[in-house]
Design a protein around this ligand. Structure first.
Ligand code: AMP
Length: 544
C-alpha cells in the first residue's frame, strides 16, 4: 500500500523561496573584493537571483548547461548559487587557487558556457580566456564603471554583473519544476595525480545534505545564528553552508578574500558571528589574533573544523582558553561533503576532561544518511573495535555514484564508495582517520599514523605548523620524518622536539629526524600538499 502524502521535489529553488519568505530581512553581509562591507538580505538574494535567471534565459543558456564561477565568498556568489541552480542550470564552482592551465582544462572539460569571476581573478581570466572557446559570456562580478577597458578588449563577450542584472526584468521568475535528481552543481576534486575529477551534485542530494548538516549534532545552525563560512564557496559548496543557512534562516557573513586572522576577527566581532567553519590552517591565524587581542570575537560560540585533522592543541585552545565549542568533522568532495561530526553522547559526560578531548580528536560518528564500513586489503570487513584499521567505504543519498565523464568505470565497489582514508571505528561509531592511504607510513610492516605524529608536534609551544612524511629506509622500508615550521621568534631544536614524543606515542613511532623549513606547501584547499613537500625534501636533501 502506498502512502497518501504529497510528492514534492526537493529543489534548491525551494530553499531560497523559504529563506526569502520567512527570513527575508535576515542579513547577508559581505566583505567585498572592492574593500568595503556590503549588506543584503535573503529577500534581496532571491530578487537578484531571479534577475540573474531571467538573464540566463535571455542568453539562451539551456537547462543543464554549466555556468562557472571563480569567486570568493560573497553575496554575488550566493546569488549565482540560487539563480543558476534554481533555474535548472548547473553551477560549476572553480577553485581559483589552481594553476591557470588546470583551470582552463576544467572549464573545457565541464563545457562551461558562462563564467562569472571576481575582479581579483582578472589576471587568471586573461590567461585562460583564449584557451576556453566554449565560454560564450564572461561576467565580471563588479559595477560597470569598475571594468577596466583593457580587460574588455582582451576578453571578448565580457560584461559587468551589475550592468547585466540592471538590464533584467524585476518580474518574479517562475522557478522550473525540475526532477529532484537533475544536476544542480559540480565541483572538481583537487586530485594530486592525474586530471581532476568532477563530482556532479543533484538538487535532491544537496537539499538532503543541507538538512542533515543542520542537525544539532552536526552544525546545529538556527535562525539565531550568524554564520561565517571561511571554507570557500569554490570548495564543495562551502560545506553546504549557503544551503543550510537558507534552510534555517541564519544570517550569513561572508569574508571575501580577507582570510587572515586579524580580518576574520574584526568581521566576526563586529557582525556578532556565532558560528564558523573552516580548515585547521585558517584557525591557526584566528587563534593567534585572539591571543593578541586577549579575547574571542564577542559572540563566537562554535566552530566546525574539518578538511584536515584538528590537532588536539587547537581544540584545547578554542575550548579551554576561549570558551568556543569545537565540532570536528570529516567529509569529502565526493560526499557533498559531510560524512561524520564529533559530538558527545550522554554517556560521555562521565569522562574526564582529557578523555573528552581525546574523543574530540576523532572525526566523529556518521550523520544520519551516511553508512560506513571498513575493509582490509582483501575486501573483508574489519571490526569496529577502535583499534583495527582498514580503508573506509561509504554510501548514502549525498555520496557520489560516479564521476562526470571521467572515461573510467564507476569507482563504486558493491555500491560502496572507497574513500582512500585509512581509519578505525570504535563500537560507538566514532571514526578516527589514521591517514590518507597514500600518506600512511609503513615501517617494518606496521603502520604509523602521520596525523598522530603531526598532532603531537602541533602541541609543542614552539611549533607553528608540522607535517610528517615517510622517507625510504633500508631496513624498515619507511620511517617518519617530521617537517616543522617554527613560530616566529621561537627556538627549538630537533633533539628537544623528538624528546617531546617520549611517552606520547609508541617508541618506534617517534620520527627519526626533524627538518626545519620556512614554510610547508599548502594545496588549493588549504591542506598540506604532501606530494610537493616530499619533492621539496628530496631537493633539500640532494643539495645538502
Ligand atoms: P576534499 O575532497 O578535498 O575535501 O578532501 C577530502 C579528504 O580530506 C578526505 O578524504 C580526508 O583525507 C581529508 N579530511 C577531511 N576532513 C578531515 C578531518 N577532519 N581529518 C582528517 N582528514 C580529513
Amino acid at each position: 500500500m502506498m502512502g497518501l502524502m504529497q510528492q514534492h521535489s526537493l529543489l534548491i529553488s525551494g530553499l531560497i523561496e523559504f529563506a526569502a519568505r520567512f527570513h527575508g530581512d535576515t542579513e547577508i553581509v559581505s566583505r567585498r573584493v572592492e574593500g568595503d562591507r556590503h549588506r543584503s538580505n535573503w529577500a534581496q538574494v532571491r530578487r537578484r537571483a531571479m534577475r540573474l535567471a531571467h538573464g540566463l534565459d535571455a542568453w539562451g543558456v539551456e537547462r543543464g548547461e554549466r555556468v562557472a564561477t571563480l569567486a570568493w565568498n560573497g553575496y554575488r556568489h550566493l546569488e549565482l548559487y540560487y539563480g543558476v541552480s534554481g533555474s535548472g542550470r548547473v553551477l560549476h564552482t572553480v577553485n581559483p587557487r589552481l594553476h591557470p592551465d588546470q583551470i582552463a582544462w576544467i572549464v573545457n572539460h565541464a563545457q562551461d558556457r558562462v563564467l562569472a569571476f571576481d575582479m581579483s581573478f582578472a589576471p587568471i581570466i586573461q590567461a585562460v580566456a583564449p584557451q576556453c572557446p566554449g565560454v560564450r559570456r564572461w561576467v565580471a562580478l563588479c559595477d560597470a564603471e569598475a571594468l577596466p577597458a583593457e580587460l574588455e578588449r582582451a576578453v571578448p563577450g565580457l560584461l559587468s554583473y551589475e550592468a547585466w542584472l540592471a538590464e533584467q526584468s524585476d518580474a518574479p521568475y517562475a522557478w522550473p519544476a525540475l526532477d529532484e535528481s537533475e544536476a544542480s552543481s559540480m565541483c572538481y576534486t583537487s586530485g594530486t595525480t592525474g586530471n581532476p575529477k568532477a563530482v556532479l551534485y543533484s538538487h535532491r542530494s544537496t537539499v538532503l545534505h543541507a538538512m542533515a548538516a543542520a542537525l544539532p549534532d552536526v552544525t546545529g545552525l538556527s535562525a539565531r545564528d550568524a554564520v561565517l563560512p571561511v571554507v570557500p564557496m569554490f570548495h564543495v559548496n562551502a560545506w553546504g553552508v549557503p544551503y543550510t543557512a537558507a534552510m534555517v534562516g541564519a544570517k550569513v557573513v561572508f569574508p571575501g578574500p580577507a582570510l587572515d586572522g586579524a580580518s576574520l576577527f574584526e568581521l566576526m566581532d563586529q557582525e556578532d558571528v556565532s558560528y564558523s567553519a573552516g580548515v585547521p590552517t585558517v584557525w591557526l591565524g584566528l587563534l593567534a589574533r585572539m591571543q593578541q587581542e586577549g579575547r574571542r570575537p564577542r559572540s563566537l560560540a562554535r566552530v566546525l573544523i574539518g578538511g584536515s585533522a584538528a590537532p588536539m592543541a587547537m581544540i584545547q585552545a578554542f575550548q579551554d582558553t576561549w570558551g568556543v565549542e569545537v565540532r570536528h568533522a570529516w567529509g569529502m568532495t565526493e560526499m557533498s561533503p559531510l560524512g561524520t561530526a564529533c559530538a558527545f553522547k550522554t554517556k560521555h559526560a562521565s569522562l574526564d576532561a582529557q578523555q573528552r578531548l581525546q574523543l574530540q580528536t576523532s572525526q566523529g560518528r556518521p550523520l544520519y544518511g551516511v553508512d560506513m564500513r571498513i575493509v582490509d586489503a582483501a575486501g573483508a570487513e574489519v571490526a569496529w573495535d577502535g583499534r583495527s584499521i582498514g580503508e573506509l567505504q561509504v554510501r548514502g543519498p549525498w555520496v557520489l555514484a560516479d564521476y562526470y565523464q571521467s572515461g573510467q568505470p564507476s569507482p563504486l565497489r558493491d555500491g560502496w564508495f572507497p574513500t582512500g582514508d585509512v581509519v578505525s571505528i570504535d563500537p560507538d561509531g566514532y571514526m578516527r582517520i589514521v591517514d590518507r592511504s597514500k600518506d600512511v607510513i609503513k615501517s617494518g610492516g606496521e603502520w604509523i599514523s602521520s596525523i598522530d605524529i603531526e598532532n603531537v608536534a602541533m602541541s609543542h609551544p614552539a611549533v607553528a605548523m608540522a607535517a610528517c612524511v615517510a622517507v625510504p629506509h633500508p631496513k624498515w622500508d619507511e620511517r617518519p620524518l617530521l617537517v616543522v615550521v617554527r613560530k616566529p621568534g621561537a627556538e627549538v631544536e630537533a633533539r628537544e622536539l623528538l624528546a617531546f614524543y617520549e611517552g606520547k606515542v609508541a617508541k618506534w613511532w617517534i620520527p627519526d629526524d626533524v627538518q626545519f623549513v620556512e614554510a610547508i606547501p599548502l594545496g588549493a584547499t588549504g591542506k598540506i600538499l604532501k606530494t610537493r613537500l616530499r619533492e621539496q625534501l628530496l631537493e633539500l636533501r640532494t643539495q645538502a
